[in-house]
Design a protein around this ligand. Structure first.
Ligand code: SF4
Length: 69
């Protein structure tokens, strides 16, 4: 697991799609999602690409590069 998600709390609209996609990684905390765990890279990326608000930023922890969006 090298991909790490962070939530853009301003952009997050609390749809909950990320929680549905990866409940071990994301949870809703009031009106914003939060990262509660880790998961496989493909799951992190799929959840990020599925976010309607593009509010999940994915970084490669090995290189520090932003992978998505
Ligand atoms: S899918 Fe995106 S907008 Fe919806 S709760 Fe998750 S991070 Fe927030």
């Amino acid at each position: 697991m090298t991909l790490v998600p962070t939530i853009d709390e301003v952009g997050c609209a609390a749809h909950g799609d990320c929680v549905d996609e990866a409940p071990q990684v994301f949870a809703l905390n009031g009106q914003v999602a939060e990262v509660i765990g880790s998961g496989p890279d493909d799951l992190i990326l799929a959840a990020a690409k599925g976010c309607p608000s593009v509010a999940i930023i994915v970084t490669d922890s090995a290189t520090g590069d932003q992978v998505y969006p």
